[in-house]
Write a new protein. Structure first.
Length: 312
């Protein structure tokens, strides 16, 4: 064999060995999410994947399809696989706590996104202060009712009663509206279960049962889609104003037409990115903050243009 061939093969073998070593050294992070139907959760995935790629890490994503127990099982599996970190968007923030504790005991840090874990063993929380943001949209709602509806309104609520964080958003909203002193009556609260088809049916039932309802508050993306679709299908755009969480193309259309009044917009991609970056810091022996708040924006006709690019 010629010397040049031997050198060439030696270089190739060294390159393969180096690649294998690098792959073995690369961190693996697991992201346990709620579902992959909602744009919000997919944007978390996108932000996390972008950050993992930038860090040379591997990201695996588990879709729980709205089943709380599936999240516990996934975390236990990732503990067995000895991943380097877990990112969790929790459904049942109390029910998942034992799995988080087990991960901590195994030396695997868990970062919670979007849903805070009460007294949990996760090393950090990244997301929105949902109660405060609920108050913020509640104050905006009260100001709108005072300025445009003579201070009187009837509001129907489409929630996700199995979601801790969406109940926080509801509590904050109700507090702000009550504190406003306006004549606002809550007609009914229906359960969209954070599932788009269920939320649509709940919204249709809410509107049919309350023909004199003048406003709707939806606590999350599936609920907002249901509200928007129900208002359109019943032709109520002229007499029902919609407030909610998490922009969609349908909500932007409603804002343009003037009957979707305001939507709380989070930064899910930013949350996913921040979670991976936090795990990378931990892997380097650095410290991270126990709470990393990501700001919200209340989107109205005045500022909706800056968000249109999300839906092209």
């Amino acid at each position: 064999m010629r010397l040049t061939q031997m050198l060439s093969r030696g270089i190739a073998a060294a390159a393969i060995l180096a690649a294998m070593t690098a792959a073995a050294d690369a961190a693996t992070y697991a992201l346990v999410t709620i579902n992959q139907q909602a744009l919000f959760f997919n944007q978390i995935n996108d932000g996390a994947q972008k950050a993992a790629d930038a860090a040379g890490a591997e990201l695996v994503i588990f879709n729980a399809n709205n089943v709380p127990a599936a999240q516990n099982d996934a975390i236990e599996t990732y503990i067995t696989q000895k991943v380097d970190g877990i990112i969790l968007v929790a459904i049942d923030v109390n029910g998942v706590k034992p799995a988080i504790t087990a991960a901590k005991a195994a030396g695997i840090p868990v970062i919670a996104i979007d849903a805070q874990i009460p007294d949990g063993d996760n090393i950090s929380f990244i997301g929105v202060d949902n109660t405060k943001a609920g108050e913020d949209i509640g104050k905006h709602y009260a100001e709108y009712v005072k300025a445009n509806m003579s201070g009187t309104a009837k509001v129907g609520i489409i929630g996700a009663l199995n979601s801790f964080i969406q109940n926080q958003r509801l509590d904050g909203f109700k507090k702000a509206v009550t504190d406003s002193g306006l004549a606002v009556t809550v007609t009914d609260t229906v359960d969209g279960q954070n599932v788009q088809d269920v939320a649509l049916g709940a919204a249709e039932n809410l509107m049919t049962a309350n023909p004199d309802m003048t406003t709707i508050y939806a606590t999350g993306e599936p609920q907002l889609i249901g509200a928007v679709s129900a208002v359109e299908s019943q032709g109520r755009q002229s007499d029902v104003k919609v407030f909610g969480w998490d922009l969609t193309a349908q909500a932007v259309k409603g804002i343009d037409e003037g009957w979707v009044a305001a939507v709380v917009q989070q930064d899910p991609a930013g949350e996913g990115q921040a979670a991976v970056e936090a795990l990378v810091k931990l892997g380097k022996g650095e410290t991270i903050e126990p709470i990393i708040n990501i700001p919200i924006t209340i989107v109205t006709k005045e500022n909706v243009d800056q968000f249109r690019g999300m839906f092209k």
